[in-house]
Structure formats: structure tokens, C-alpha cells
Ligand binder design. Structure first.
Ligand SMILES: [Zn+2]
Ligand SMILES: [Zn+2]
Length: 116
């Protein structure tokens, strides 16, 4: 049974079938490194360390949704950030919400803003 011929990679190296050429492996590594570098940091996405710590602490202390009692996954600002940006890290301005209540609250908030 004849063995499959080695294929010739664009870089000039002969590679056995099913084997990635070293040049492709290097390219994969470079692409991954670039991706890691360009991925926005948490701070760039607006979720800085202070907020994340505060949010986690709040969820530990108030693990259930304030509206319906389901396990909370979100921490919401009672006074929205658009109204009181200085209270973003104010622990008394936070409430734990489950995801459905959180999105419901946000939608109501948006409707209110639209009505203004
Ligand atoms: Zn190659
Ligand atoms: Zn809820």
C-alpha cells in the first residue's frame, strides 16, 4: 500500500499528511499572542477591580434577588449610574437581582428615560 505523499508547505518544507508544518504552528502561536494582547482588559470594559470586588462582596452578603428571592447573579445600582455616577461604588446604592429581574428593571429604566 503506497504511503500518501508528503505535501509541500508554502514555506518550502515537506510535511507528512496530517502534520502541521512548524511554520503554521509558529503562526498559530503568534496569532494567539496577538489575541491575548488585543483583548480588552477588565478595566477597559468598565469593570474595574474596585467594582468587581464590591460586586462580589455584595453578592456574598445578599445572595438572593431583592425582588423575587431567586439566587441573584447581578448587582444593580438602585440609583442608576446615569443619574448618580458618583454613587457607582456606594454600597448603599446596590441591590442583588436575579438575571430576569435585572433585565426587567433595566428595561423599565430605559422606558422611563424614553418617556422623559
Ligand atoms: Zn510551512
Ligand atoms: Zn428576581
Amino acid at each position: 500500500m503506497p504511503s500518501k505523499p508528503a505535501r509541500l508547505c508554502g514555506c518550502g518544507i515537506r510535511v507528512d499528511p496530517g502534520v502541521r508544518c512548524p511554520c503554521q504552528q509558529r503562526m498559530d502561536a503568534a496569532r494567539k499572542a496577538r489575541f491575548d494582547k488585543t483583548r480588552p482588559s477588565a478595566a477597559a470594559r468598565g469593570l474595574d477591580g474596585d467594582w468587581r470586588r464590591l460586586r462580589a462582596a455584595h453578592l456574598r452578603e445578599h445572595p438572593n434577588c431583592r425582588r423575587c428571592g431567586a439566587p441573584a447573579r447581578e448587582v444593580d445600582h438602585i440609583v442608576p449610574r446615569s443619574v448618580a455616577p458618583e454613587r457607582r461604588l456606594d454600597p448603599t446604592n446596590l441591590q442583588s437581582l436575579c438575571t430576569p429581574c435585572h433585565s426587567g428593571a433595566k428595561q423599565r429604566e430605559e422606558r422611563r428615560n424614553l418617556a422623559r
